[in-house]
Design a protein around this ligand. Structure first.
Ligand SMILES: CC(C)(COP(=O)(O)OP(=O)(O)OC[C@H]1O[C@@H](n2cnc3c(N)ncnc32)[C@H](O)[C@@H]1OP(=O)(O)O)[C@@H](O)C(=O)NCCC(=O)NCCS
Length: 187
């Protein structure tokens, strides 16, 4: 499933980026990456990434079968983090959840698209049929980006989640279908 990594890609700007699965030695780089995420974005992330223990738990408890984190690296710095979360049993075993964060200086350059395409490729190889992204309705830029990345808004749960300062927000569930429909094969 992870053959072909590390992989070098070139963004339209000409920047060369290395894409690879996260390893436990990434803890410092990952903490530095999340420390650079603007406060207004951190507010909406699922976990409090300003806490070092949170980052350490991700890098020390790696189990690619459950959570596959891909990092994008430029000049030794992590500039993007995309994760594919899955359960291998039960009624959502065909569904993967994705989370994606790009360094502010590297946004709008196609890197989010590159990482999502990598996760789609891996998810298809793992037999997953749908990808789900969960966002808050206030994340208007990210909602537009995920739409451009092929995700459709499927449901809104009003005041269902709380941001990092405890304020209730609407949860938006977006889904991308990975199944290849027969019509797609014909045309
Ligand atoms: C959302 C996010 C991951 C997008 O990453 P990115 O690298 O900037 O995305 P890309 O450059 O690959 O753009 C992908 C598409 O989305 C569009 N897009 C990106 N940011 C956008 C924005 N703020 N508003 C509208 N459209 C946007 C791009 O134009 C592009 O569409 P195109 O191919 O038609 O040109 C990034 O903004 C981010 O890290 N946000 C903070 C974290 C977050 O909110 N994550 C989502 C929760 S999982």
């Amino acid at each position: 499933m992870l053959t072909g990594y590390p992989k070098k890609v070139r963004l339209q700007s000409g920047t060369s980026v290395t894409i690879r699965p996260m390893v436990k030695e990434d803890a410092d780089k990952l903490y530095a990456f999340f420390s650079r995420v603007p406060r207004e974005d951190r507010l909406f992330l699922r976990d409090d990434v300003s806490i070092r223990d949170v980052i350490d738990s991700w890098t020390q408890e790696l189990d690619y079968g459950k959570v596959l984190p891909l990092v994008a690296e430029v000049g030794g710095n992590i500039v993007g983090d995309a994760t594919l979360h899955r359960r291998t049993f039960g009624w959502t075993s065909h569904v993967g959840k994705v989370r994606l964060v790009i360094d502010k200086d590297y946004r709008g350059k196609g890197l989010g698209m590159v990482l999502i395409e990598e996760l789609i490729h891996i998810a298809r190889k793992a037999g997953l049929e749908q990808l789900v992204a969960e966002l808050m309705s206030d994340q208007t830029g990210a909602l537009s980006a995920f739409k451009r990345l092929g995700f459709e808004k499927e449901a809104v749960f009003f005041n269902y989640v709380k941001d990092q300062v405890g304020e209730a927000r609407n949860l938006v569930v977006m889904i991308k279908n990975l199944r290849i429909e027969p019509a797609m094969v014909l045309f």
